[in-house]
Write a protein that binds this ligand. Sequence first.
Ligand SMILES: [Zn+2]
Length: 385
Amino acid sequence: MITPWIGSKKILVIPVIVTGSAQYLPPPADWLALIKRRIYYDPHPTSGVDRSLRGYIHAISCGKAQLVADVSEPIRIPVAADGSCRTGAAIQAHPHAHLYEFACVIFTDGPHNCGGMAAWGGLFTFSPPRPGNILHGRTRVKLSEQMGVWAMELLHAVTGFGDLYFTNPHPGRFDEMACACGTHPSAYTKMYMGWINASTIPFVETVLHKEYLLYAVGLLQPPPPQYVSALKIPIGTLGHYYIVECRLRVDQFEKQTEGCSAGIPSEGVIVNEVDPSGPSPLTLKTTVALTTGQNLTLPDIGASIEVKEAVNGGYRIAVQLSATVVCGTLKNQIAVLEAIIVRSQQQLETAAPAQKKAILNRINRDQEKIRMLNIEMTELGCSTD
Ligand SMILES: [Zn+2]
């Protein structure tokens, strides 16, 4: 289950010194200061842009998500005899870890295998059990792993959103949850994280040709009124659709920035196929983003997307749908409305007299919608069988 990240989330950060193994380097003298720098404020030495984890979470969520981190004093733990990571042991060794929902264990550098990883979905088991335990999301990282790795593990632990790299081609550097490289998440991911409202990612309308203004995903959301954040084009079954979005190098995360982000691979319009039954939900249809004059055909649904021109903060695109697809969509909408009407009629039988008028009005409105959809179908020459 994915939980949107809205508001502040408090993370317990536990620096851990693993002793008795050359695999774990001793901590640098300014270790705590380095960790705090990477979390709170990490200005680039020449440009001054902030590369911190907190700044990243703020930027990708447009301020909807805030990272609050309590950095504890370092904990010393002897190396495990079987060579396993001491993530759980470090959490266990912290006297107040059970009072946090999330914990991040930071290992020193070295050739050991205790790099970026996250666990979520159940309470951490303290031994002996601790009353009031709420710790469920936990992560581990190495000190010098890139910001994108820290961010990916944190986003896993806080939201339960999984990895996006199990498809081919996967979104790559167009989505932090595929690349762990410090770029913005895609529109799909931001929608599930609660940072882009689904109402600004409409389904394409049931007309054969329509133009839209796409607003870059890395810019402030919601978009200005004349724009959309992204577009969905339904493929057939529930939850299966193409999602079209615009990516521009608008900030230090969409740009390549040393010590912060690998940057998006190209600028323009990208398309992902969303298939909830796949190994991960997104498959990238445009390994290179489309720019002005380019188009993408989607033969399975007889649709095409053409990039018309660059506009302020995005692109104007045209979506062309086949009559077959539009007829199918209209037919589905009518079927949904008919089912709603049947349910309303059932409610009418048991409704209190005061409610009957509202239900009747609703039935009339839905019948009128069906009438309009039928007119549209006739105009398009859809078969009615
Ligand atoms: Zn991951």
